[in-house]
Each structure stands twice: as C-alpha cells, then as structure tokens.
Design a protein around this ligand. Structure first.
Ligand code: ADP
Length: 190
C-alpha cells in the first residue's frame, strides 16, 4: 500500500500518519521531517535549506525527490508507505510515479484532508506559541498556505483523473478523520 496523505499545512497529516505507523506498521516518509533533520545536523544540505524552510517557501524538487529516493528501499519490508508532505508539485508527483514504477510499484491511494483556510489559521495560531518551529509564524504560514494553493493543490486533478483520490473532512475530530481514513484504506485493498 503506497498512500499519499494530502492537504494544506496544519491539516493534520502528521497526526494521522503517526496513527497509521503505530497501528499498521506502515512507514512514514515526511520530507518536512527529513529536511528538519538535515537542518538539525547542520549538514551541507541543512545549511542550504534552512532559510527556505524558515520563510515557508518550497525547497527544490531535485532535493526532495533525492531524499525520498534514498528512503524508498526501507518501505519494501513495511506494511506500506505513507507519503506525508510529498509530492508538493506536479514535477514531484511525476518523479514519484517514475521511482515507484522502477520498483514495480505505484501510488494506490491519495487521501485528501479538506480543511478551510479560516480553520487552518485558527489551528496554526495555537501552534505559533508552542511548536518551536521557526516557520510557525504568521508570515511564513501565509507563504506556506500560498505555496499549497498555487503549487500543490493543482495535484488534485492529477490524482483524481487516475481515480485514486479520496476526500476526507479534515474539519472533523481526530477520531472521525481516522475512521474515514481506515474506511478508505479498507476499500482500497479490497
Ligand atoms: P507543513 O506543516 O507545512 O505541512 P512540512 O513539515 O511538510 O510542513 O514541510 C515544512 C517545510 O519543508 C515546507 O514549508 C517546505 O519549505 C519544506 N518542504 C517539505 N516538503 C517539501 C516538498 N515536498 N517540496 C518542497 N519543499 C518541501
């Protein structure tokens, strides 16, 4: 099972991914986490991307595609892979399809967590104080949301046309969202 958790920043992708990892033994591949780890380790890559993340802009396709490629082998032994925060552009989606095809695999399901902008702003306002993430501030969040709307949302028709897109009400409670995701996963494997 290769699953993409899709949605704007603060939609709850990370929360739901963690549940699937704990409950189903799936592997979570979060490019955001990988980039933050690179920054924390002060690697060359980390230094290169630190300012980009801080501002809320997108890192180049080349960088994130390489990060994902490096991690694909570990998904083979797992019950499935959850792509979280990737792909974020059409070029990334095409690169992912090609990488999976090279392994005889494909994206099976794309779950979109739908949350409106007003709710996102409300959620993030609570996170500004406590997350400790340098990009959780009003200016960077606006850039992140704009990047989602202009560069990432255009991926929806890409997956819808392939019949892989399932929409879930991301405004519902964490438990309800989890139940909806379980339902979509059940339908995808049967
Ligand atoms: P969010 O909470 O906004 O969904 P993520 O943890 O997924 O955040 O990503 C944080 C930041 O890392 C993004 O704002 C962007 O700068 C960078 N990033 C993460 N994934 C990608 C990607 N697939 N393509 C480009 N940039 C990315």
């Amino acid at each position: 099972m290769n699953l993409i958790l899709f949605g704007p920043p603060a939609a709850g992708k990370g929360t739901q991914a963690k549940r699937l990892v704990d409950g189903r033994g799936m592997v979570q591949l979060s490019t955001g986490d990988m980039l933050r780890a690179a920054i924390a380790s002060k690697s060359e890559l980390g230094q290169k991307v630190e300012g980009i993340l801080q501002r809320g802009e997108l890192v180049s396709d080349e960088i994130v595609v390489a990060l994902i490629e490096e991690r694909l082998p570990e998904t083979e032994a797992a019950a499935g892979a959850i792509f979280d925060g990737f792909p974020r552009t059409v070029a990334q989606a095409q690169a992912l399809d090609a990488m999976l095809a090279g392994r005889g695999k494909q994206i099976d399901l794309v779950i979109r967590l739908k949350v409106d902008d007003a709710e996102l702003m409300k959620r993030i306002a609570g996170r500004f104080a406590e997350s400790g993430r340098p990009d959780d501030n009003p200016e960077s969040f606006k850039v992140r949301l704009d990047a989602y709307n202009s560069q990432t949302a255009p991926l929806l028709p890409y997956y819808r046309d392939q019949g892989k897109l399932v929409e879930v009400d991301g405004m519902a409670s964490v438990e309800e969202v989890a139940a909806q995701i379980d339902k979509a996963l059940g339908a995808a494997v049967s």
